[in-house]
Design a protein around this ligand. Sequence first.
Ligand SMILES: N[C@@H](CCC(=O)N[C@@H](CS)C(=O)NCC(=O)O)C(=O)O
Length: 209
Amino acid sequence: MILHGYYRSTASWRLRIVLALKGIAVEQRAHHLRRGEQRLPAFLALNPQGLLPVLELDDGTVLTQSLAIAEYLDDIQPEPPLLPAEPVARAHARAIAQLIACDIHPIQNLRVLDRLKALGHDEAAVRRWAADTIREGLDACEVLLGRYAGPWCLGDRPTIADATLVPQLANARRFGAEGDWPRIAAIAALAATHPAFLAADAGAQPDAE
Ligand SMILES: N[C@@H](CCC(=O)N[C@@H](CS)C(=O)NCC(=O)O)C(=O)O
């Protein structure tokens, strides 16, 4: 399989974590977002949305949307599971992942920030937009996580929630979003010692700059 991604793309990073947790080897192909390679015809032929990541299967089937791809990987290789076993905990894990993937990340995504700049907002205002969006989302995430037993988001093993949360924290650092997030900080500290999270880290990728 080929994972089309970019070292700093947090949606690609989610999948790198999932692949590493499951021990699934893929070929990685980088598309430089800052150079606009996601808008080249060859990439648009894969994903007409012009968004990373894309997973290309061995038979040429193309999968898009990181959370859908993560569940596909869980379907083809159920161990270790990406979701807790208990139905309510499964819903909580999906909710944390969607809080980030649906309600934080798309609002501070590259194309949105570029559009704000095109509308005349200066660099400082655009960075503030991103920081405020991330801080507000992570404030809510911290409260929700406080309701669930750790040490990971949902119990004693990483799930799709952790695979989505940890990359988003890199965007928080990048845009200067800060908050009082002890539960999130403890998960980040745990991830910093976990081989799958270390292997998936942006800085560990061949295309890292
Ligand atoms: N909901 C999509 C989001 C994908 C996405 O926004 N990817 C970003 C990188 S993290 C991207 O390709 N951005 C390119 C752009 O904004 O032009 C997913 O989860 O796969």
